[in-house]
Ligand binder design. Structure first.
Ligand SMILES: Nc1ncnc2c1ncn2[C@@H]1O[C@H](COP(=O)(O)OP(=O)(O)OP(=O)(O)O)[C@@H](O)[C@H]1O
Length: 777
């Protein structure tokens, strides 16, 4: 009895002790929250002041009367551009402005946020996450404190501080205080419902990711990592980091971010603006050639052929084929006379033009000049013989140039060409293709040929680029309008340079040099009132040399696509992220060495990411089991979350209907979450119809609207994306559509953050048997 009484009283005692501890913790948390809220308010007040000052300066610039010299106008434009960009940046960082605080060994504190802020007396209030002093926020650990005693995560929702989360690295720091814990900043971020748009991860970048983000600029960094390891997030944050640390250089030359598809670019397009970086060019593989929006290449054999480096020679031959020597001597009328053009003359002129080493359209000038000169000689001789008088040579040359017969003959031999015409003809007219690629088998020729005028495909894009390199500038070759524009541009450039000499000194007060370059100003002048950023200028210029290129889902690139990208960045400064195991494009390489060797030799640095932040462990396990059963080598990253739901394999006779039912279930379970329905070609139409009929108001696709709660996508479109729940229609068919390779199914299975359902009428793919349930009616 007394034992029981003892136990009870000690339990009561423990209970009250625990309650006391709990109360102390809550009080300390409230006090800390109150303190931090006051600081957060101070930061927002300061942001508002800086914003107001910038607005005022912009208004002032705009108030200045229009007119004045060209140089004055350029100067004003430069200021206006700068203030507009600064305002856009200040607006962009408003949401969750600050997210960290460090307490350091020297008893100082340091707040970490999206930008740096100082008060009116230049006292630092907040450090930009990219500044060297912010590095320890991501890197310090209990084993390697780097002078950090406590790292505090400030968890904001828009402007409001909701919670704090402490990592105490030095136990002495606590001095009787409790460690304050919330859900955990990382888990809170990972458990958030997906919106369909990727968000930034500045507040919770993990140490292995931070090391890659902050690595030095030069050279090529390849980041290999399994699904969900944050490759995309890391690549985009690295772009923001590089823009911050190499602002002067990269703002002038620009940064290009390349991803596989339009849906993927749409998914990631808000990350950099949310980090205050707007001047980055984003392009899918379909839009890398200015002015062309290519369609998918449906035939995998054709994609493989067009992606191979053998195409370099094919394009070269296709251009050479357009420099033709006629079989017979031609008689050409020039006014009332007739001159003769022999095949030997044409061959000789062609060889000399080729020997200039200039591109086709520019070498043509040499070709034309030689032949016009020779024909003028003939004409001169004839006229001198008949009249006995000397004729005026310049007039004769002009007569020859103007002769219709001469123009036709020279054009037939060496026509100025656009890349679009060359590549369009190459696949539109059999004789061009068989002449340029005599090694092709008949079936390959048949597969590559298409209706003349058919749209260009993604696999054509590098060929267009290759052709454009060999052909040179078409406009300059055919008309003088372009030459005039170029002269005007160079005059603008001169004015702009002068204007900038004045502007630069004054812009330094922002600590930003070369925000607007002479090139940009000249570009602005070119487009009249419309202002043009380096990014905009770069987008329309195929020959633009970017300062850095980020390639995402890089495992998909064909050798020809790599060749194009290398041309876009002659400095060879790249961040390349991908997962070789996820490759599905026909012309993709089997390893990073194989992909990059032809362009870089072995000169690249390979880093690896090892933690999966997206897919719960249970779902990852099923995906890895399926991949390994099919013999696909996958790196299986460690999942940070266990997950609430096991993956389901539902057996059915009616795939489309069962998919629609699963979507209904997911809609009710992950209420408000995002649902991805993934179907390969054969099922796609029926599935899209069934899902749309059942959930009309919330369904979208890449063809209709991506901003919907339920998206129906092909495996290719789903690449790189993520959803709260994923329903895969007929996995066996996804494998078949990828010609038996399970990479696409593996990618599709690793898209969910919470739930995965696979609906099968056919056989359940090997490795997934243990998850199969019989849902047949
Ligand atoms: N440090 C982090 N903090 C918070 N979220 C993170 C972190 N790292 C990654 N994530 C989240 O994990 C998810 C997966 O990241 P991401 O899409 O970059 O991975 P990935 O490696 O490119 O994936 P995949 O190759 O499968 O397309 C995203 O929602 C991303 O925001």
């Amino acid at each position: 009895m007394s034992d029981i009484a003892d136990t009870t009283s000690s339990a009561v005692f423990e209970d009250s002790e625990q309650r006391l501890e709990q109360e102390t913790r809550e009080r300390q948390l409230e006090e800390a929250l109150a303190h931090e809220r006051a600081y957060v308010d101070r930061l927002y007040d300061r942001l508002e002041v800086v914003r107001e000052e910038t607005r005022e300066k912009l208004a002032q610039v705009r108030r200045d009367a229009p007119g004045g010299s060209h140089q004055n106008r350029s100067e004003r434009d430069a200021y206006a551009t700068h203030y507009e960009d600064r305002l856009a940046q200040l607006d962009a960082v408003d949401h969750r402005l600050v997210f960290g605080r460090l307490d350091l060994d020297d008893a100082s504190t340091r707040y970490i946020g999206r930008i740096g802020l100082a008060d009116a007396d230049y006292e630092r209030l907040m450090v930009d996450w990219r500044a060297p002093e912010a590095g320890t926020f991501y890197q310090a650990t209990a084993f390697d404190r780097q002078g950090v005693q406590r790292r505090r995560h400030l968890i904001l929702e828009r402007r409001t501080l909701r919670n704090i989360e402490d990592d105490v690295l030095d136990p002495d720091f606590l001095d009787g205080e409790e460690v304050l814990h919330g859900e955990g900043a990382l888990l809170a971020a990972l458990n958030r419902k997906r919106t369909g748009r990727m968000g930034d991860i500045v507040a919770t970048i993990q140490a292995e990711q931070d090391r890659i983000i902050r690595s030095e600029l030069p050279g090529v960094h390849v980041v290999q990592g399994g699904p969900g390891t944050g490759k995309t997030a890391v690549a985009l944050h690295r772009a923001a980091y590089l823009l911050y640390t190499n602002r002067e250089r990269l703002q002038k030359s620009g940064v290009l971010v390349v991803g596989p598809s339009t849906s993927f670019m749409w998914y990631i397009e808000r990350v950099l603006p949310s980090l205050g970086e707007t001047g980055v060019v984003m392009s899918s593989l379909a839009t890398l050639y200015p002015g062309i929006h290519a369609v998918a290449e449906r035939d995998v054999d054709v994609a493989r052929l067009k992606g191979s480096l053998a195409m370099v020679e094919v394009v070269k031959r296709a251009v050479a084929d357009r420099q033709k020597v006629p079989e017979r001597t031609q008689r050409l009328r020039v006014d009332s006379s007739t001159v003769e053009l022999t095949p030997q003359q044409v061959r000789h002129a062609r060889d000399r033009a080729r020997a200039t080493g200039k591109p086709h359209n520019q070498a043509r000038e040499t070709f034309v000049k030689i032949l016009v000169g020779q024909l003028a000689d003939q004409l001169e001789r004839q006229l001198n013989e008949s009249s006995g008088n000397d004729t005026d040579r310049p007039y004769l040359v002009e007569d020859v140039r103007q002769s219709r017969d001469v123009r036709v003959a020279l054009n037939l031999a060496w026509m100025p060409l656009r890349a679009e015409t060359l590549v369009g003809d190459l696949f539109g007219k059999r004789h061009y293709l068989t002449s340029a690629a005599p090694w092709l088998e008949d079936a390959q020729v048949e597969a590559m040929l298409r209706e003349p005028g058919a749209p260009f495909t993604e696999a054509d894009v590098p060929l267009l680029d290759e052709a454009a390199e060999l052909l040179g500038d078409f406009e300059a070759a055919v008309g003088h309008a372009a030459a005039r524009a170029a002269a005007e541009h160079s005059a603008n450039l001169e004015n702009a340079t002068k204007a900038l000499e004045n502007v630069d000194a004054q812009l330094e007060e922002f600590g930003v040099n070369g925000v607007v370059t002479a090139e940009m100003l000249a570009g602005m002048n070119r487009t009249g009132a419309a202002r043009m950023t380096a990014a905009e200028a770069a987008t329309s210029d195929r020959t633009w040399a970017y300062g850095h290129v980020v390639v995402d889902e890089a495992q998909e690139l064909s050798p020809m696509q790599w060749r194009l990208l290398m041309r876009r960045c002659p400095m060879k400064s790249f961040t390349i992220v991908g997962d070789i195991a996820q490759a599905s494009a026909a012309a993709a390489s089997a390893s990073w060495d194989e992909a990059l060797e032809p362009f870089l030799g072995g000169r690249f640095q390979l880093d690896e990411l090892t933690v999966n932040y997206r897919t719960p462990a249970q779902i990852s396990e099923a995906a890895v089991s399926m991949a390994r059963a099919a013999g696909l080598e996958v790196s299986a990253p460690r999942a940070v979350r266990e997950g609430e739901w096991a993956p389901r394999v539902v057996r059915t006779d009616d795939v489309a209907a069962a998919v629609a039912r699963s979507v209904a279930e997911d809609l009710s379970i992950v209420a408000g979450g995002l649902i991805g329905v993934i179907a390969a070609e054969p099922e796609y139409a029926a599935v899209a119809r069934a899902v749309t009929e059942a959930h009309r108001e919330v369904v979208g696709s890449s063809e209709t609207a991506l901003e919907r709660q339920v998206l129906v996508l092909t495996p290719w479109e789903a690449k790189g994306l993520e959803f709260d729940a994923v329903v895969i229609a007929e996995p066996a068919s996804v494998i078949r559509a990828a010609r038996g390779v399970v990479g696409d199914l593996y990618v599709s299975m690793t898209r969910p953050t919470q739930r995965l359902t696979m609906v099968c009428a056919e056989e359940v793919p090997a490795g997934l048997e243990e998850w199969a349930e019989d849902g047949r009616a």
